[in-house]
Ligand binder design. Sequence first.
Ligand SMILES: Cc1cc2nc3c(=O)[nH]c(=O)nc-3n(C[C@H](O)[C@H](O)[C@H](O)COP(=O)(O)OP(=O)(O)OC[C@H]3O[C@@H](n4cnc5c(N)ncnc54)[C@H](O)[C@@H]3O)c2cc1C
Ligand code: SF4
Ligand code: SF4
Length: 388
Amino acid sequence: MEKEICYLKSLDKRNCTGCGACYSICPQKAIQMEEDVEGFLYPQIEQTKCINCHLCENVCPINRNLLDIKPKAFSYITNSEENLKNSSSGGAFGDIVDAFYEENRTVIYGCKFDDNNCAIHFGTQDKEQIGVFKKSKYVQSNLLNVFEEIKKYLIEDYKIVFSGTPCQVSGLKSFLSKDYENLLSVDIICHGVPSQKLLDYYIMEESKKNNSKIKSLNFREKVIDKNGRYNSRNIRLNLEDGRVVIKNVKQSSYLLGFHNHLFYRPSCYFCNFAQINRDSDITIADCWGINTVNSDKDVHKGVSCVIINSDKGQKVFENMNGQKDKISINFIVNNNYSYSAPTKYHKNREKFFNNLTVDNFEKKINKYTKRSFLGKVLGYIKRIINTK
Ligand SMILES: Cc1cc2nc3c(=O)[nH]c(=O)nc-3n(C[C@H](O)[C@H](O)[C@H](O)COP(=O)(O)OP(=O)(O)OC[C@H]3O[C@@H](n4cnc5c(N)ncnc54)[C@H](O)[C@@H]3O)c2cc1C
Ligand code: SF4
Ligand code: SF4
């Protein structure tokens, strides 16, 4: 593959995932992560503080050489009904934490929503708190100072679970620059992230429509439809006045834009981390397609796909108590596109972001995701196959 040039040198946004490894490593604290017009964070160097040590350019994971691995994969369903209900998929993440955790010497890092519905990374030593990490947040999380914090804990011999997108795991590994036996890294199969600004627009739009502020939200509400089938592609809005609003992909502008790949970070469409070789010990995802080979399993009720990438991951997996069934890597490649290839660039992405405001947000999403007749027919056939 042709060598990419780090964003700090090229200013090419395709080459920056926003992991903040450069921000974290700078000995002068000369780098700030600043929001661009689309709402994505990029590093900016304050030249007066810079001593030209080049650490920031060298730590950039964009060209990280991912070693050849021989992963093994399983479909996975937790035995805990509560964990299954509260998780996006089959509850793999919760069971991974259970299998790795040791009282008083483990810190668990993941993505949660803060009180303003902003996605951030956060660490906790309290296993009871990991509910805040469960359920996918379909927005890019801000890593803040988490990499430096993790390094400190690792040196003090704490056990760390870090969960995030593949680019965040690679950013962390690059920042740490050596292997730590006490670090367990877990990534997801990831097709891309919108910016916090877009989510803020959506929240404003829904607050206006519902005449109440949005207190909290969940992107993977598992709903049983009128045919008795589960569907997990719903957003749940908990309003401040106590009402609950649940919307599916057709009813929620944000879900529509997200699932149509309209407004991801530029680097997501050129993602170097969407490949079988990974930096993480374990990859988790939805086990899309499992219902076509085993009709007893309902991916929308929750079936995870757990991919073991390292010996450390294997040991943890052996201590997980859920229902495990071996599947082939090819099965995942065929059913979960983002496991091994970046998402295709949306032809209307630029038009969508051009002059975007909170007032035209929904209108633009509807306009630029409208599918042709042929697209609709193909989508219908795909849905029929997936629900069989
Ligand atoms: C932006 C995004 C895109 C995804 N794309 C795909 C896909 O293409 N195919 C697929 O099969 N699965 C995808 N997933 C993963 C899937 O939705 C589930 O998160 C995954 O199957 C884990 O389910 P679980 O039941 O084991 O975990 P849960 O208990 O639901 O835990 C969720 C885990 O994801 C982490 N997480 C949540 N939101 C974020 C975020 N914004 N950034 C970083 N980490 C986060 C949490 O820290 C936690 O570890 C995506 C998730 C996200 C957040
Ligand atoms: S070159 Fe060194 S001092 Fe300058 S911004 Fe990069 S890491 Fe900081
Ligand atoms: S698609 Fe790639 S670059 Fe985008 S958030 Fe996911 S792992 Fe990072």
